[in-house]
Design a protein around this ligand. Structure first.
Ligand SMILES: Nc1ncnc2c1ncn2[C@@H]1O[C@H](COP(=O)(O)OP(=O)(O)OP(=O)(O)O)[C@@H](O)[C@H]1O
Ligand SMILES: [Mg+2]
Length: 319
């Protein structure tokens, strides 16, 4: 069948609109059964443990911001309402986390809470004193600054971003470009994970088919020993982008159809043509405001190659 053309102009157009036959439904059911039997899904207890970790961490960051606010002697009542949001991202936000997946979470705090002192020194100190926390590692100098730890045994990566607001609204919307205005690059990168996960889910035609197909592809990549960003292979978000592209090309297909098409498409892909889920937006395309942020675009920026992990880390301007 026809191969997708990877030029930006034709990017979003599906190439195959046919939906599943009864046999495809049957194969999909078998595929899902196989994934369950392979132990890829969390048990109910593991899910509950993960939710407990997120809830307890939310409590900790809430108390942390309230305490900082009190110490800074802001007007009465401000400390009471001051809080930080804990937003999970990564495979958990995509809905494809399994046994052993870490918890990636972003802490969003008000403008007056900074990363260096407040997040790393103060919150780092609080975590060091917390009984549930082991293997605490502060990495302020990383490309994306991070606190790594185990919380009751669950691996957690905690990032921090403060938004340009005196208080963080509970319904904070990170989707628009305007949240990026005036932020330093470390903050923009820290916000990126949440924004990318939400954007991927928005761009796939059917989240359920995407999730099952991605679980399957991740399972395959792990079995083959090629699932690792750190080792120079494609990692969690890269596999997600590749699978999302196949879902866009076959919007009505069931997972049992998407899996073989995934392998066919990417074994014949004209690398290093980028795999893109949407058109690149430039500030000068008539965007709301010139953000002055680097845009992932191999045609303009030679450092941006066709690697799939780059679009999400370098493209900071989804609509
Ligand atoms: N190289 C990278 N480029 C861009 N974003 C990245 C990169 N590495 C990590 N991220 C961001 O951090 C998130 C968490 O990374 P992580 O390695 O935990 O992957 P994951 O998608 O959560 O998969 P897993 O189930 O293996 O944990 C990614 O989903 C992505 O948003
Ligand atoms: Mg993860």
């Amino acid at each position: 069948s026809a191969l997708p053309i990877s030029s930006p102009q034709t990017m979003a157009s599906p190439i195959f609109l046919v939906g599943p036959t009864p046999a495809d439904h049957e194969s999909t059911a078998q595929l899902e059964k196989h994934l369950r039997e392979a132990g890829l899904h969390e048990s109910a207890e593991e899910t509950a443990a993960r939710e407990d970790v997120l809830r307890d961490l939310q409590g900790i960051v809430d108390r942390w911001v309230k305490q900082l606010t009190t110490q800074r002697e802001y007007p009465d009542g401000m400390a009471e309402h001051a809080t930080a949001l804990l937003l999970p991202f990564g495979s958990y936000r995509l809905g494809v986390h399994g046994r052993g997946s870490d918890v990636d979470a972003l802490v969003v705090g008000p403008a007056y809470v900074d990363r260096h002192h407040d997040f790393f020194d103060v919150l780092g100190g609080v975590l060091a004193e917390t009984e549930a926390v082991t293997e605490l590692q502060l990495v302020p100098g990383a490309y994306v600054p991070v606190i790594k730890m185990r919380f009751r045994g669950v691996q957690v990566d905690l990032l921090y971003a403060s938004v340009c607001l005196p208080a963080v609204p509970m319904d904070l919307d990170l989707r628009g470009r305007s949240v990026l205005c005036g932020l330093d690059m470390a903050t923009v990168r820290s916000l990126n994970g949440v924004r990318v996960a939400d954007e991927i889910l928005r761009l796939v035609p059917e989240a359920g088919a995407f999730r099952t197909t991605l679980r399957c592809v991740k399972h395959w990549a792990k079995a083959r020993g090629i699932y690792s960003n750190a080792m120079g292979f494609v990692g969690g978000v890269g596999w997600a982008i590749l699978v999302a592209r196949v879902c866009q090309l076959y919007p009505n297909a069931a997972p049992s159809m998407l899996v073989p098409r995934f392998f066919r498409i990417f074994s014949q892909w004209k690398w290093p043509s980028p795999v893109m889920l949407k058109d690149i937006e430039h500030d000068d395309d008539g965007g709301e405001m010139p953000l002055g942020l680097p845009v992932w675009d191999p045609r303009r920026n030679p450092r941006a190659t066709g690697a799939t992990s780059c679009p999400s880390s370098r493209r900071h301007t989804p609509a």
